[in-house]
Design a binder for this molecule. Structure first.
Ligand SMILES: Cc1ncc(COP(=O)(O)O)c(C=O)c1O
Length: 431
């Protein structure tokens, strides 16, 4: 019995399913979660003293790797000056300047404590500004555990949503229309039918929560056009993609600006932070200026913003994004080659430092309803094999992997070798 297993047994008695967020449980893979004692650079160290290379990066925030010295010292320094003020402080202005510099569409922003809170607030703002109720979202995009967005699609054209979680009122689900990604006819039909009722369309412009479903820019442009024509607000949820590239957002990379952006993960430097922002004319509908209420005891927390500011400073003042893209290119080359030579039908999808191993299905895969039925069962075995070899990927076939500045080219090469071994073992497991 390992110490991790001991702790896991105890965790079942204290925490629901042993975890504080469902995605950390191993319900979609084999074995039980490892308890992490510490983490540094590209590595985590388990309670059993095993050192693993981490490609989860806390599901996106840790673009500099674990315990980056600048982030750690900024947190220490901030803590020595007080942990929460309930009053404005300079760290809030610092982060606002950095966000606005890189994302000019954001004239004003509001800091919150998570991506979920950012999205929930942006949706409320959109409804408050437009005086409309309906929200359009896309199947396979995750926007946090916001009631109105925990809604699944039916098939075919837009259907009124059915909640995909218990506890979401039918009335709330009814106000959400779910469309398939990459489906222009469904989008056109929805706007034709509900043109003056839709408050906002929300989308991850680079959907990265259900595999990595790179969209055609033409599809995003069509959404933008419909929103412009109908007075609907467009929200780009860039909680994962925000500040992952030198463009600041994926929207800016493809030259399409939304009305509102939601951010999180990277801008918090590994502490709990979210933000939403857009033109002053929209944002000024928020309290204390406007009638849309949104508040937070710990919003703009000085420790969290010290971490975020330190992380953004490193990214902006170094060659970080370029380096990350080069690492991603190396991964694409090395891992792509390994996957191509395996009898298992995997291929690599990558955008800069975000990657995903797609199993079977269409290429390119753009929709969440086109996954191969064996995706989960095969990944469960591969995940186990990789973990045994010291490589930590997300415990779900549909979660992407994240590279950080702490991953070296040598590590990428070693990962490709380990993956080759793990794939061969997985093929054997299947026979
Ligand atoms: C695109 C997107 N939006 C929103 C969220 C919710 O963020 P949080 O988990 O910080 O509430 C996530 C989380 O993974 C996300 O990926």
């Amino acid at each position: 019995m390992t110490r991790s297993q001991d702790l896991w047994d105890e965790a079942q008695r204290h925490l629901v399913g042993g975890v504080n967020s469902p995605v950390r449980s191993f319900s979609a893979v084999e074995g039980t979660p490892l308890f992490v004692r510490s983490a540094e650079g590209p590595h985590v160290v388990t309670e059993d003293g095993d050192r693993l290379v981490d490609f989860i990066g806390s599901f996106g925030p840790l673009i500099l790797g674990h315990s980056h010295p600048d982030v750690v010292s900024a947190i220490r320094e901030a803590a020595s000056r007080g942990t929460s003020f309930a009053a404005p402080h300079n760290g809030e202005l610092e982060i606002a300047r950095r966000v606005k510099d890189l994302i000019p569409r954001i004239e004003k922003l509001r800091m919150v404590n998570s991506g979920t809170e950012a999205v929930q607030s942006a949706v409320r703002l959109a409804r408050g500004v437009t005086g409309r109720d309906l929200i359009v979202k896309f199947e396979g995009c995750y926007h946090g555990h916001v009631d109105a967005l925990l809604v699944k699609a039916g098939s075919g054209l837009a259907t009124f949503g059915v909640a995909s979680s218990a506890g979401v009122p039918a009335g709330t689900a009814n106000d959400t229309l779910v469309l398939a990604l990459d489906d222009e006819p469904a989008l056109d039909a929805t706007f034709e039918r509900h043109e003056d009722q839709i408050a906002a369309v929300i989308i991850e412009p680079l959907p990265a929560n259900n595999g990595l479903l790179v969209q055609r820019p033409e599809f995003l442009a069509r959404i933008r056009q419909h929103c412009d024509d109908s007075g609907t607000l467009l929200i780009f949820d860039e909680v994962i993609t925000g500040f992952r590239s030198s463009a600041g957002t994926y929207g800016r990379q493809v030259g399409i600006d939304p009305d509102l952006y939601t951010l999180g993960k990277v801008i918090g430097g590994g502490l709990p932070v979210g933000a939403y922002g857009g033109p002053a004319e929209l944002m000024d509908h928020l309290a204390p200026i406007g009638p849309v209420y949104q508040a937070g005891t710990l919003s703009g927390n000085p420790l969290a913003l010290a971490a975020g500011n330190a992380a953004l400073r490193v990214l902006i003042e170094s060659d970080a994004w370029n380096q990350l893209d080069q690492l991603g290119q190396r991964l694409e080359d090395r891992v792509g080659r390994v996957l191509a030579s395996s009898t298992l039908d995997y291929h690599l999808v990558r955008h800069e430092s975000i990657f995903w191993m797609a199993y079977g299905g269409e290429r390119p895969l753009r929709r969440a309803d086109r996954f191969h039925p064996d995706t989960t069962s095969i990944y469960a075995k591969l995940h186990r094999r990789l973990l045994d070899l010291g490589w930590m990927l997300a415990p779900s076939a549909f979660e992407v992997g994240f590279l950080s500045l702490a991953h070296t080219p040598d590590l990428i090469d070693s990962f490709a070798s380990a993956l080759e071994q793990a794939l061969a073992a997985t093929v054997k497991d299947m026979h």
